[in-house]
Design a binder for this molecule. Structure first.
Ligand SMILES: [Zn+2]
Length: 304
């Protein structure tokens, strides 16, 4: 295990215990989230080392890697995924539509990347899981590299970088931010989706909230913390969008963790309530897409 002595965002060394959660998906071990006393960022601490976290992904239930279609929740996951792929594509299209060169970090089994490639975009993926990589290459004939290949990619060669529910898994957080900045073309965009612990469903399920997903989720972002992190690399927040389907999926899993089985009605009601309570504020939904733009030197300082 790795014990962090500094906040991954502001580097302050003061933090207090925030929440203990059980890893219901794989290990049944208990992990802790701490809160930075200086910037209020929540992060998992202690956390498995980078070279030992692999075993916490070893589960049939961890569908983003295995592509399994077993069970009702997984079927829903796949239906929702097809819907959200199109939605993500349309969101990006609004910002960058010509000569799109896309890097999807954490491309999983490649469905999103394949969709974009079929739309005529140049598309490259990075995926740490060998199983995911092999499936993506075999099923869709995609260009997917392992994680360490990030530093081999040509600087300023992408106008879009996407990380869909990935940033919360990355050990070397600041290093990854620097890589994003280097790889983006001037005025390029980063689309970052992460779960939101300030949502209604997070508050309702508390330690059972499935999107804490300890110890795989190393960070628990909100609008303030993620904006601060990206601004450190002159990546400026331009838009915040809700991911409304996530409230339902996360509530179903959370019901299962809390009661041992899923009360679908209760999960659907919680999902609806969560979306309603967000009241149109994107940063209050169960999951949020943050859109950042790479600024020319100093431009964001003037804008602020
Ligand atoms: Zn901090």
């Amino acid at each position: 295990m790795e014990q962090l002595t500094q906040c991954p965002i502001c580097e302050s060394s003061g933090f207090s215990e925030y929440l203990s959660c059980i890893d219901y998906t794989v290990s049944r071990e208990t992990f802790k989230i701490v809160k930075c006393s200086s910037c209020s960022f929540l992060f998992t601490n202690p956390r498995p080392m980078q070279d030992e976290i692999g075993k916490y992904y070893q589960s049939e239930d961890y569908i983003s890697h295995s592509g399994t279609k077993k069970g009702f929740i997984n079927s829903i996951y796949h239906l929702v995924r097809n819907y959200t792929i199109k939605k993500k594509f349309r969101i990006i299209e609004k910002y960058v539509s010509t000569d799109v060169s896309l890097l999807d970090i954490g491309s999983g089994t490649g469905e999103f990347l394949s969709y974009c490639k079929n739309k005529g975009w140049k598309a490259v993926g990075i995926e740490p899981s060998e199983t995911g990589r092999e499936a993506a290459i075999k099923n869709y004939n995609l260009t997917i590299f392992p994680e360490q290949h990030l530093k081999e990619l040509q600087p300023a060669s992408f106008n879009v970088i996407t990380m869909w529910h990935v940033l919360e898994h990355v050990h070397e957080l600041k290093n990854r931010l620097k890589q994003i900045k280097v790889l983006l073309k001037p005025d390029g965009y980063a689309f970052i989706a992460v779960p939101n612990h300030t949502s209604f469903d997070a508050e309702r399920y508390n330690a059972f909230w499935a999107a804490y997903d300890l110890p795989r989720h190393l960070y628990h972002f909100d609008k303030e913390s993620i904006t601060k992190l990206f601004e450190q690399e002159q990546l400026s927040l331009v838009k915040t969008l809700p991911m409304k389907m996530d409230a339902f999926y996360v509530s179903m899993l959370s019901e299962k963790y809390k009661h041992g089985k899923t009360n679908y009605l209760s999960a659907v009601l919680t999902g609806l309530k969560s979306n309603m309570k967000a009241g149109g504020k994107a940063e209050k939904y169960s999951s949020v897409i943050y859109i950042f733009r790479k600024m020319e030197n100093g431009e964001w300082i003037i804008n602020n």
